[in-house]
Design a protein around this ligand. Structure first.
Ligand code: GGG
Length: 359
């Protein structure tokens, strides 16, 4: 049957468990499309880029990879990194190459507590917890500015400089994104994560822009919290959080903490958005390639499937995104859990349970 709407999706499973969870996500999305009565369908093209490709070609992706990806409606990504390829080579050669060249400046990372999943937080048992980390995804500590000089120095004398770049434009757009999102939530609050006591240039600019942007959103509560205090707050007062906006590195660290508090890194979904839609956006689980469990069929596909739900929302299918999130909740509530969550289910068991829950 010819579908009314067809979406061209580039799948890049990349490395390790990325292959397993992207396959699971595709299966679930195709089941959703098959049940749509011809309303929509996905045209997939899969790319074998990643560390295996690097071993064969010396590149993490094809030379014209960005040109090829540019015309897709979205990118569905797995995980990058594998022993034998330095992590900075694999990360910069694939994930960051895509995020930065496609100006995917807003990285949305919800911290979602699921029924049937035990959190290490005692509070999670009796408190409604739900917040979202907004990661600045285009500059800051990830701008890639610096250098390393060891020419002519004796052993032990190397020098490295790694600079962060904060621009007023970059800070302002991510903060407005966070405020606009806060307006759609029950708790209208934005918490800005800073370190301006120690980082007196970039983070002071960050704080100044936050204060200025906040003036345009008088209906939204605000706070500015040092990153160290925010780490403590995630554990001790998470009920006070709604939208947390942070620089590239700070948000990366905090969102891993958030996922662990929700029960496992395997649950965390994310969207790398180019909000202007000049380029395709990219959807990926927060977790990495997990070489220790790769290829065993036990990876948790929920982070990847939650990312697929974010992709559906971005493609203009909010009702389907809602259904997929309900299927995730039904699956965990029924106790179909992979071993990172204390269960015995395989990736395939969870995938099947998700598809059954959709039906
Ligand atoms: N799916 C996420 C992923 O592959 N992450 C690999 C990684 O090392 N990320 C670090 C970062 O993006 O900062």
């Amino acid at each position: 049957m010819d579908a009314a709407r067809r979406f061209r999706i580039a799948a890049i499973p990349a490395d390790g468990v990325g292959l397993e969870v992207v396959a699971a996500g595709r299966e679930v999305l195709d089941a959703l499309a098959a049940g749509s009565g011809g309303a929509f369908a996905f045209d997939w093209e899969e790319f074998d880029w990643g560390c295996g490709y690097y071993a064969r070609t010396g590149r993490m992706m094809a030379e014209d990879g960005l040109t090829v990806l540019k015309d897709f409606d979205a990118i569905y990504f797995g995980a990058v990194g594998w022993p034998g390829v330095p992590d900075h080579v694999s990360l910069w050669g694939l994930r960051l190459a895509i995020c930065q060249n496609f100006d995917q400046w807003a990285n949305v990372r919800p911290v979602h507590f699921l029924p049937g999943v035990r959190s290490p937080l005692r509070k999670a048992d009796e408190t409604e917890l739900d917040w979202v980390v907004i990661r600045e995804n285009s500059e800051g500590e990830y701008v890639g500015a610096g250098g390393r000089n060891f020419a002519g120095r004796l052993p032990g004398g190397q020098v490295a400089v790694q600079s962060a770049l904060f621009t007023e434009t970059g800070c302002e757009r991510i903060m407005r994104f966070a405020f606009d999102l806060a307006r759609t939530r029950t708790r209208r609050k934005v918490s800005s994560v800073t370190k301006s006591n120690a980082q007196q240039y970039g983070m002071v600019l960050w704080d100044d822009v936050f204060r200025r942007v906040a003036l345009d959103y008088p209906d939204v509560e605000t706070e500015s919290v040092l990153v160290d205090a925010m780490a403590a707050k995630f554990v001790l007062r998470p009920e006070d959080l709604s939208v947390v906006v942070a620089s590239n590195l700070n948000a990366d660290i905090l969102s891993d903490l958030g996922s662990a508090l929700a029960g496992s890194l395997g649950l965390a979904a994310s969207a790398n958005l180019n909000p202007e839609r000049r380029y395709p956006s990219m959807f990926e689980p927060v977790h990495g390639s997990a070489p220790d469990i790769a290829g065993q069929g036990v990876a948790n596909p929920i982070g990847a499937v939650g990312s697929a739900a974010l992709m559906l929302g971005h493609l203009g299918l909010p009702a389907e995104a809602f259904r997929l999130n309900r299927a995730i909740e039904a699956t965990t509530a029924a106790g179909v859990l992979t071993r990172d969550l204390g269960g015995t289910a395989t990736t395939q068991d969870v995938t099947k349970a998700l598809i059954d829950a959709l039906a």
